[in-house]
Design a protein. Structure first.
Length: 491
């Protein structure tokens, strides 16, 4: 699903165009509106740094700016519609500002975006890293603004990815070469280590929008982690479009993690989504023997547990692969949290096929289920497949799996009672309690006791601090970020 980053409601934060003639070149301002995945968010951060280096002032999207950059998502039709809505809204609010559109929607449908009144630049993912320099060339017109009634003919720079070429090295792409590292909140950092995907799942359009898999050089990844740790981050999330395809020469993801495990410092890294076939025995051994450096939290791109449905999806794994990986992870990595993405109602998913998926997931040591109802995406093979599942049935199946996921998550949290969980502190509540995230990705609450230990905790706790938490209970009455928190006592 698509997500927004730092865009407030139109009715509460109206923006107003700057009087361009009085501002001049020295004070040109740029704002970013980012939709979609962590990769987009990191790339917006990298572009913002490039704009700053060129002399621009980066401001919030709710502030007046000479240029608004929309970094778009196209994972669903709804994401496309949201991008169009936001572009039109900002055009109405800021008629003299310039608008640039980039990201996956710009890559897939530049002709549609060109038809939106007020768009000045359409930059595909193939040239996203050039966007700041390209717009810098137009800084005079950007500073002068645009007449509200002036007809705009957008500048387009969009090329199709060439999947026949050899894999691009990081040095040829500045956005990959810098690792696109940024703090995703006050405590954690993300580091983009890879882009693109070589798999062509029938329901997905992202491989077309992102191109073939390319990886950041191993030395760059290690240097970026050293830098982030030196800045105080104690958790770094390794992200990309398909990080399981990481490959820098002979170095694959497992070898990269082995190198990370040897770095000095007090920190851990967390992996994002992996294909079950990419979770190999050597990778599991690396996680199990890393001494906590690699977080015991694995998110599997599962989608289904029925072989016939997986074949129609053009997924690479089979049910047997999924079962073996989950069982081996549970056996080798103590207290691991296993999460899965699951699509219900894919074309051709019969009642029997769904029941197979349900029963397999019910038996597996799977703890967090992220359930999605299938939504046809134009431009993908699945959108024209026969065997469409009625929306009512998709909804019923999703509700059943969501209920199963909630049941399994409750059981998993209860199993943590009595364990010691390395926990990274994230924030403090108004009541003086402290919140953190455990190594295995469970929310932990450290209550401030009535006897007044809040001051003592404040001395020991701060955002980014890693503490050992003795889990004594689960607060089933409180919901924090869609989780009932574990109750921890520092030791």
């Amino acid at each position: 699903m698509s997500s927004r980053q730092t865009l407030s409601d139109e009715s509460t934060h109206p923006a107003h165009p700057l009087p361009a003639t009085s501002q001049g070149l020295a004070s040109r301002r740029v704002a970013f509106c980012t939709l979609g995945c962590k990769a987009n968010q990191l790339e917006s951060s990298a572009m913002a740094q490039s704009f700053s280096a060129l002399g621009w002032q980066v401001v919030s999207e709710n502030e007046s700016a000479h240029l608004y950059v929309f970094n778009t998502c196209t994972v669903t039709e709804r994401a496309d519609a949201e991008a169009r809505r936001l572009i039109r809204k900002f055009r109405r609010q800021n008629p003299s500002a310039h608008i640039a559109v980039t990201g996956c929607y710009a890559q897939i449908a530049p002709e549609v975006i060109a038809g939106i009144d007020g768009v000045d630049f359409i930059i595909g993912n193939t040239h996203k890293e050039q966007l700041p320099e390209l717009l810098q060339q137009h800084m005079v017109s950007l500073a002068e603004g645009v007449a509200a009634n002036q007809k705009r003919v957008p500048v387009q720079l969009v090329e199709a990815f060439d999947f026949g070429k050899s894999r691009e090295r990081a040095e040829t792409n500045p956005m990959l070469a810098v690792g696109a590292a940024a703090g995703i909140d006050r405590a954690r950092a993300s580091l983009k280590i890879q882009d693109g995907c070589d798999y062509k799942c029938t329901y997905c359009i992202i491989w077309q929008a992102r191109g073939p898999s390319r990886s950041v050089a191993k030395t760059t990844v290690l240097n970026e982690i050293r830098r982030l740790v030196a800045e105080g981050f104690t958790e770094v999330v390794l992200t990309g479009i398909n990080i399981g395809q990481y490959q820098d020469g002979p170095c694959d993801l497992n070898q990269l993690l082995q190198a990370i495990a040897q770095l000095p410092g007090t920190f851990r890294v967390r992996l994002t989504s992996l294909d079950p076939l990419e979770v190999t025995e050597p990778l599991i051994e690396t996680i199990a023997t890393s001494g906590g450096r690699i977080a015991p939290h694995i998110h599997l791109s599962t989608q289904s547990a029925d072989d016939a449905v997986l074949k129609r999806m053009a997924r690479r794994h089979h049910q047997d692969h999924l079962i073996a990986v989950c069982q081996q992870l549970a056996a080798c990595v103590p207290h691991v949290t296993l999460a899965a993405d699951v699509i219900v109602g894919f074309p051709g998913e019969t009642h029997t096929a769904f029941e197979t998926t349900y029963q397999v997931l019910e038996r597996l040591p799977m703890h967090l289920l992220h359930v999605f109802r299938y939504s046809p995406r134009p431009g993908t093979p699945a959108a024209t497949m026969d065997g469409a599942v009625p929306d009512r049935i998709r909804k019923e199946r999703a509700e059943r799996l969501i209920a199963l996921g909630e049941q399994k998550a409750r059981y998993h949290r209860q199993q943590m009672i009595g364990t010691i969980r390395p926990t990274m502190i994230e924030s403090q509540t108004e009541q003086g309690d402290w919140l953190g995230i455990s190594d295995n990705y469970l929310r932990v609450l450290f209550p401030a006791q009535p006897t007044g230990n809040a001051d003592d905790m404040a001395k020991a706790f701060k955002p980014q601090a890693l503490v050992s938490a003795h889990i004594v209970a689960v607060d089933e009455a409180q919901n924090l970020l869609a989780q009932n928190p574990l109750i921890g006592q520092p030791i």
